[in-house]
Design a protein around this ligand. Sequence first.
Ligand SMILES: Nc1ncnc2c1ncn2[C@@H]1O[C@H](COP(=O)(O)OP(=O)(O)OP(=O)(O)O)[C@@H](O)[C@H]1O
Length: 611
Amino acid sequence: MKRKIDDLREDKPPIALPAADKKAPSQDAAFTDFGLDPRILTAIAGQSFHKPTAPQALAIPQILDGRSLVLRAKTGSGKTLCYLLPLIETILRNKEIAQKSTSALILVPTRELADQVLRAIETFTAFCQKDVRAIKLSEQLPDEVVRSMLASTPHIVVATPSRASAGLKISPWVSSLKMLVIDESDLVLSYGYEEDLNTLATSIPKGVQAVLTSATISSDVDRLKDRFCKNPTILDLNEPEAEGEGITQYVVECGEDDKFLLIYVLLKLKLILGKCLIFVADDVDRSYRLKLYLEQFGIRSAVLNSQLPIASRVHTVQQFNQGLFDILISSDEMEVLGDEANSLAEDNETTSNTGHEDQKSPENPDSEDCQTAPPKKKQKSSRRDKDYGVSRGIDFRNVAIVVNFDCPSTARSYAHRIGRTARAGQTGTSLTMVVPSDKFRKHMPTSIASAEHDEKILSRIKKQQAANGKELKPWHFDWKTLEGFRYRVNDAVRAVTKVAVREARMREIRQELLKSDKLQRRFEENPAELHALRHDGQLRSARTQPHLKDVPDYLLPEGKKKLSANRIGFVPMNKPGNKNKKGRVFKGKGKRSGGRKIDPLKSFKARPKAR
Ligand SMILES: Nc1ncnc2c1ncn2[C@@H]1O[C@H](COP(=O)(O)OP(=O)(O)OP(=O)(O)O)[C@@H](O)[C@H]1O
């Protein structure tokens, strides 16, 4: 193994290692092999990371040796730690020098990623906080604030390219850099940061150690490599065999209304266990539609879309990661009313948060081309990527299954969506619902335009996965067993009207307003407005149907019937022993009495206050 790492030295031409050799380090290496500071090792242990991933095992020693590196490895393979651990270690080793200057800049394409990287730094410097300070420059702040942030000489600056270059107008803060990282380097140019990166390239000292990470092949990475690194080591671990590793991929062909039936059965009968990330297509409304639909069956979920403020998106992902809810519905980004105009007026970061990559449009699925070309700045909002804004780079943890409720618009997008499961050596499942052309537009209330191309895209996905030695297995089941549920499903679909969706979105906006720090002062001065917002927030978003929350026994398939009857805590309503002499159900705390539920709050008699 040592020989292989030596083979990758900077002075040697880039070589492609055979797949077997590339995987070898991940099996043998340990974090303790890298000679890291014990405080870093303690932080790693706290994360229960047992061993480095393959990219980490190969990249960390290289970066610690001071080499510039271009690292390409699949999504979820732990690329962040590849550069973070050596970076923290180097700062600790050179404590005296590092103390007086900013030595590392980490460039990321979005604010979410900046937040995420900063959090990772905080995690891995938890035991050496005083010796490693990091700040984030990813939003527009007053010049004075940026000046004082930079004047505090943080060791690490995490920034979007536009904020990093804007900081140069305030101070030549990059002049002391020893290390530059460009994370998601296959994406940054396509976010419209070309000019900012040019500005940075002229200001960053020549010869700084540069690390470029990426998940895909892209000519953009080459351009950045030419601009920022001299003779870097190329570590290309994205061999076709590794793509989609650990993911069992299923596909099911069904009608547009069948999707709603299927997702209900999967979730309600707990055929899906663990954290589930559901992707819908087309527009933000679709995600709310599905959320409201599921709500009627008592299935809780949260929505993630790039129209929500960044803070709330990050918060949602954090809560999902912490297990506060298990179902997250992620919508593709789409131009919705007013968005185009707004986004043009927004600053670089705001628009870039949605993400966009050179993608074919759903209307023209034949135009797919895996090579990205940097879009012009003006094209930004109209050429937004439909998936990456919420999925690419955001670190979803322990996702057991990715459900493509709506087929993605490209094979590439498919790969990124399913890449949210089976991360860092875990296993996972994906299920993609595809509408065959003869079933398209057969049920208008549930129909979406993009489904017209599902078959075409599926064949591309299959081709792409086959090239990586992977296959999408057909998911077989007996549709007849689901028919009994169709009535209640249709009922629930009908209840989610356009008005209900609009109200749900409004409610979400109101919640965001209530949470907004910036509005707190206004609310203090105008309590009536706050009251009105709170009051509005209690509006029901869709016709609620309590009877839909429980699945009647007669609808359950045989196996599931037993399951529900054996459930711990299951008490049949008419159990004979539970009745009193009058035939009424036995009174218990909060239980039924004479068929009426006792509300402990209503039955509570307030005593007069003692004076
Ligand atoms: N050695 C490890 N063992 C277990 N989990 C790890 C290890 N290294 C990283 N992880 C976890 O794996 C997940 C993915 O890591 P990370 O986001 O760095 O991947 P990535 O390759 O940068 O993915 P993407 O390209 O999608 O951003 C994170 O939750 C991270 O904490």
